[in-house]
Design a protein around this ligand. Structure first.
Ligand SMILES: Nc1ncnc2c1ncn2[C@@H]1O[C@H](COP(=O)(O)OP(=O)(O)OP(=O)(O)O)[C@@H](O)[C@H]1O
Length: 277
């Protein structure tokens, strides 16, 4: 991994952080998307998408409202199919197997490809039960094992110290930022390989946002993370690769360092400069 750093001389409203070249093509490809198209009834929301997502990297999806970012994210674990009249063409390979293969177990896919939403959505249960719920559904009943999963997941989501003395209190008593880290812990408890995050900090205050960003940076040692964000600084701070979507198309996809320092397309440059979106 290179330690080259640089700041873009031309970019004004673009990230004021030092960008690192962090992407690594030797890392395993977990998702390979080829010529993906998606329609919501008559709306052509994704147009000929080609993207690879690698293990142990953070991939940021950026672009203006309505350009298809969330749709792409929800296609990766086939959650988009919960919307009526959705139609797709093209290929998405997950670990070299088509996610559209009729023999694929969608529940298992959603276990391996976890999701964290914009608004923290804890279950109306205790902190402990929020974490233990998924493992229990997967058949784990042993209290000692569940205790261990709960503690490890909360530790890995950097919230253990804040909740260890109130595990049996309602999750609704936590702050928004704590609830979001709880939801990340809940996702970790089912041992996913990939974590999809749809604007996970947009409902959080700046301090909680930084905590979640630090968490994401650390989680990438073990997971592939795909994050949709409207925040350019955030994309630059935490991602290794960035895909710029516009009107359902991928306009540019490259190492974050390149996208922010040397955008190939004028539209990318204009977007990261804050000229539209
Ligand atoms: N459930 C749905 N039914 C019909 N059309 C939809 C549905 N969800 C999204 N769309 C349409 O698909 C397109 C892409 O929407 P999507 O939510 O993926 O964009 P986005 O980039 O995530 O937007 P935002 O940044 O505002 O969240 C838009 O034209 C949107 O109106």
């Amino acid at each position: 991994m290179s330690t080259l750093t640089a700041e873009h001389p031309k970019v004004s409203t673009a990230p004021k952080v030092k960008l690192l070249k962090t992407a690594d093509t030797n890392k395993k490809v977990v998702f390979n998307t080829e010529n993906l198209n998606l329609w919501y009834d008559e709306t052509h929301a994704l147009k000929n998408i080609n993207l690879t997502i690698r293990e142990k990297e953070v991939t940021a999806i950026i672009g203006p409202s309505g350009c298809g970012k969330s749709t792409y994210l929800k296609t990766l674990n086939r959650m988009v199919e919960l919307v009526p009249k959705v139609r797709t063409t093209g290929k998405i390979m997950y670990n070299e197997k088509s996610i559209f293969d009729p023999s694929l177990n969608v529940e298992q896919l959603r276990t391996q490809v976890g999701m964290v939403f914009q608004k923290p959505n804890p279950f109306p249960k205790s902190i402990y039960e929020n974490i233990a719920y998924g493992p229990k559904i997967h058949g784990i009943r042993n209290k000692m094992i569940l205790d261990e999963i709960v503690e490890t997941s909360l530790r890995n989501a950097y919230i253990w110290d804040e909740v260890k003395d109130r595990l049996h209190d309602s999750a609704y008593g936590l702050s928004g930022g704590q609830q979001q880290r709880l939801c990340i812990a809940r996702c970790l408890a089912i041992e996913p390989e990939v974590i999809l995050m749809d604007e996970p900090t947009s409902a959080l205050d700046p301090k909680s946002t930084l905590k979640v960003e630090e968490l994401i940076r650390n989680l990438k040692d073990d997971y592939a993370i795909v994050i949709v964000t409207h925040n350019m600084q955030q994309a630059a701070r935490i991602s290794d690769r960035t895909a710029f979507f516009l009107d359902g198309e991928v306009i540019e996809y490259d190492e974050t360092y390149e996208v922010f320092n040397h955008p190939n397309d004028k539209r990318t440059e204009a977007y990261i400069n804050g000229q539209f979106g």
